[in-house]
Structure formats: structure tokens, C-alpha cells
Design a binder for this molecule. Structure first.
Ligand SMILES: C[S@@+](CC[C@H](N)C(=O)[O-])C[C@H]1O[C@@H](n2cnc3c(N)ncnc32)[C@H](O)[C@@H]1O
Length: 282
């Protein structure tokens, strides 16, 4: 990189990343990370000169992303529902679609006082920590089958001051064995069919945990198991809300309806118009 001014370095990064088929705006995130600046401060400092160390570090980080390392692994963080979460190779990088699951889930429990909530497959803790921060009166449980993910989730809960009960185990098992009943069960389980692996970007497949991505042959394995376990956990009057892959909602709705023949199942699209969430009211 032959650039010392911040704006020159950003211009270089943008064309370098385009040449490598990567996100052209990624340089901006790296620069904000190096300068420890938010965007307005970055904009105000565009004509400042980088120190040699800063320039070398910027060059290194941009090349890492060009090689396929996700920006969020380089900065170590991702924004979710207005808060900053730590992320690493042990957890899924929380996605904007999941913010929509949180939004609708919060709406479903708006009328409940001190609800009991469980987040199944918590990963970074993005859903559970957000639910607790948005509804401090709730008791929130969060389950994962990855101890390394739970460790990251616990750190996020601590940083974001959220008193969440983290449980290690397989789907709803830790709740069933403790006789915990919930008013809201929310989950973004792994749902990508295994043979779609080849179609995924290497930024995803080489850097995010496969346990967080793949849900068996048709992607529905975890919903099948969850539907069978739900009657042991969901309170009368309770709600279960799950994120799905586009095109999977009908199948998941049918699984939930079978588990609760008298329940009301609702499919909700995401803001891009893709069928994305299934809610079950019992
Ligand atoms: C798609 S990620 C979701 C992470 C986070 N909730 C989010 O939305 O960003 C799925 C999570 O489920 C966990 N998981 C996979 N199989 C599981 C199982 N059988 N029981 C509990 N958690 C599981 C993975 O370790 C991963 O953290």
C-alpha cells in the first residue's frame, strides 16, 4: 500500500478488495477498528496522516480480508440490535435476519409480565442477551451444544450486563431435565442442507463453525427434534419462534402443527420478502 493519508488508504483498500471479489467497504471497518473511531470521527479525520505502524496494520488487515477472513473476525465484533457483540471462530456471526426474529419475538411477549424465555443454540448469545436487555423482567435461559460458544456468550452477557442462565446440552434437553417451562422459546438453529456446502462462500464455510451452519440432509433435522421436545417445555399460552432458511417455513410449520394440533402456526417473511420465521402459539 502506497498511502499515508487516511482517505488514500481507504481508496487503495476499496480497489484492492474489489479486485479480490470482496466487500469494497470492508476497509472502512478495519480503519475504524485501528483508529478506535466511529464513522463520524472517521469522516472528520480523512485528511490526517497514518503513523507507519497504523499504515502497516491497515495493510495487513485488508489483505487478511482479501484472503477470505470475515471482517468480523478481524475486528472481533459485530453489531446486533444496536449493541456490540464479541465474535470469534467458535460462534456464528449474528445476522440481520435474526434481528427480525428478536423483534417479532419481543412483540409476541409484550403483554406478558416476567416471562420465562429460552434461546436454543445461543452461539454468541446475541438473541438471549438482547432479550434480557430488552426485557429486564424476564428470566432468560440460553442453551448450546458447544462449550466454546457458551464461553463467548457468557463473555458477551457480562460485557452487556445481561443476567442470562447458560446451559450446556442438546436442544431442549437441558430444560426438560430441569423441569423448566417457558413462555417463549426462540431459536435460530443450523438449517443449511449439507449439500449446499459447495455453494457457500469460503468466507463462511472456512471460518464459521459447521455445527452452527448445517442441519442435516434437508436442513430440517433440528426442527424435527425440537418439535418433538416442545410439548415438554412450552407453557400453555406460550410462543415458539424460529428462524428458517428461505423455502423451509412450510415444512417447519407442518412439524409444529403436528406437535400441537390445536396450536396456531404463523409464517412471517423477512424485510426482503423471503419466508424466514415460523411462530407457534399454543
Ligand atoms: C445458526 S447458529 C445461531 C447462533 C445465534 N443464536 C445467532 O442467531 O446468531 C446455531 C447454534 O446452535 C448450536 N447448536 C447446534 N446443534 C445444537 C444442538 N443439538 N443443541 C444445542 N445447540 C446446538 C451451534 O453450536 C450454534 O451456536
Amino acid at each position: 500500500m502506497v498511502a499515508n493519508k487516511i482517505y488514500e488508504a481507504l481508496h487503495w483498500a476499496s480497489s484492492f478488495l474489489i479486485k479480490h471479489d470482496r466487500d469494497a467497504n470492508a476497509g472502512e471497518y478495519m480503519m475504524k477498528h485501528i483508529l478506535q473511531a466511529e464513522r463520524p470521527q472517521l469522516l472528520a479525520r480523512l485528511h490526517e496522516t497514518l503513523t507507519d505502524e497504523q499504515a502497516a496494520e491497515f495493510d495487513r488487515l485488508v489483505r487478511l480480508h482479501a484472503d477470505g477472513v470475515p471482517v468480523q473476525h478481524i475486528t472481533g465484533t459485530e453489531e446486533f440490535y444496536g449493541r456490540t457483540f464479541m465474535v470469534n471462530g467458535h460462534v456464528l456471526i449474528p445476522r440481520p435476519e435474526t434481528e427480525e426474529l428478536v423483534y417479532h419475538s419481543l412483540e409476541k411477549i409484550a403483554h406478558m409480565k416476567s416471562p420465562v424465555i429460552a434461546d436454543i443454540g445461543t452461539g454468541s448469545g446475541a438473541i438471549a442477551v438482547t432479550m434480557k436487555n430488552e426485557r429486564p423482567d424476564a428470566a432468560v435461559y440460553a442453551v448450546d451444544l458447544s462449550e466454546a460458544a457458551l464461553q463467548t456468550a457468557r463473555q458477551n452477557a457480562q460485557i452487556l450486563n445481561a443476567d442470562v442462565h447458560f446451559l450446556y446440552g442438546d436442544l431442549l434437553e437441558p430444560l426438560i431435565s430441569r423441569h423448566i417451562k417457558v413462555d417463549l422459546l426462540v431459536s435460530n438453529p443450523p438449517y443449511i442442507p449439507i449439500d449446499e456446502r459447495e455453494t457457500l462462500s469460503t468466507v463462511v464455510v472456512d471460518h464459521e463453525p459447521h455445527m452452527a451452519l448445517f442441519g442435516g440432509e434437508d436442513g430440517l433435522d433440528l426442527y424435527r427434534k425440537m418439535a418433538k421436545q416442545l410439548p415438554f417445555v412450552l407453557q400453555e399460552g406460550g410462543v415458539a419462534g424460529v428462524e428458517t432458511g428461505a423455502g423451509q417455513t412450510e415444512a417447519v410449520a407442518a412439524l409444529f402443527q403436528k406437535a400441537f394440533p390445536d396450536g396456531k402456526v404463523q409464517i412471517i417473511d423477512d424485510i426482503n420478502g423471503k419466508d424466514r420465521m415460523v411462530f407457534l402459539h399454543v
